[in-house]
Write a protein that binds this ligand. Structure first.
Ligand code: SF4
Ligand code: SF4
Length: 279
């Protein structure tokens, strides 16, 4: 079983509990305007050219491809998307076994949307689960119910994004409706899954949705924590390097904005915290 991976991050402390290795699967059904992993949206291999790093040495002959990336002396050409067999990826990640055992962590499958490569994600989760490694699934929830059912037995916790309750706001920010996302969240809770909610807070785009999100979440059991994530624009240069339109909102979220959202969520009885995004 093969899959396409855009990156592997070791010793991660923001993608779930303990010390974790995060595997980013390539491809996402949403297109959030604030996406901080633009290299994870496309389901294909992509090559990026970071012009600010280029020394104009001429080695690549001004051709920015997967082949010339290997000869660039300063990594100004980067290829996103490596094909792995599931067992091969598990072997690579298991090199850090001692760290996540000592750090009470495990593996987080993220993306993009990891469940948009359902067979690969389920196989990875199954193999890690077999080795008694904690498996967290970081998902936007915009996935078929069948996929959730398949991954559920191998999942220790879902890190579940909620971005808006109003469908019009959700469509404007992500390009997709949110009915399936809310239904899937209720389904996971009904199945007794452990769930941590993540809310990326982008002022002017979804901050007005916080009271409605709080009202939605307060009636869903199984949610242990709600993390409000501060929007940042660190990915701006990656949009340009990938030749993608930079859709990142200009106004950054402040710590005060996050605290305000946390207070609203906490006032509805939710265990709301100020979170940090990994990048
Ligand atoms: S090989 Fe790298 S540094 Fe040299 S010209 Fe090409 S992109 Fe620039
Ligand atoms: S769900 Fe995540 S990976 Fe997908 S577009 Fe939105 S922010 Fe990017």
């Amino acid at each position: 079983m093969k899959g396409l991976v855009s990156g592997i991050k070791r010793m991660e402390i923001h993608d779930g509990d303990g010390l974790r290795t995060t595997v980013f699967l390539k491809g996402c059904p949403l297109k959030c305007i604030w996406c901080h992993n633009p290299e994870s949206i496309s389901f294909s291999v992509q090559t990026a050219y970071f012009k600010e790093k280029c020394l104009h040495c001429g080695t690549c002959g001004d051709k920015h491809t997967a082949e010339t990336a290997l000869s660039c002396p300063v990594n100004a050409i980067v290829t996103y998307g490596t094909e792995y067999e599931a067992y091969e990826l598990v072997e690579t990640v298991m090199q850090d076994e001692a760290f996540f055992r000592a750090g009470n962590g495990g593996v987080t499958l993220s993306g993009g949307e990891c469940l948009a490569q359902p067979d690969f994600a389920v196989e990875l989760a199954r193999l890690f689960h077999e080795k008694r490694i904690s498996v967290y699934i970081d998902t936007c929830g915009f996935v078929p119910r069948e996929t959730l059912k398949r991954i559920l037995p191998y999942t220790d916790k879902f890190l579940y994004d909620v971005k808006a309750v109003d469908p019009a706001v959700h469509r404007a920010c992500t390009g997709q409706d949110n009915a399936i996302i809310i239904d899937n969240l209720r389904f996971l809770s009904k199945m007794g899954a452990a769930i941590e909610i993540r809310i990326p807070l982008v002022v002017g785009y979804n901050d007005m949705e916080i009271p409605a999100i709080a009202d939605l979440l307060k009636d869903i059991p199984c949610i242990s924590k709600v993390k409000v994530l501060k929007y940042h624009n660190f990915a701006a240069s990656r949009y340009e390097a990938l030749g993608m339109e930079n859709t990142l909102p200009p106004a950054l979220t402040t710590s005060e904005d996050v605290q305000k959202a946390v207070d609203i969520l906490a006032s509805r009885g939710l265990n709301a915290v100020n979170g940090v995004t990994s990048d």
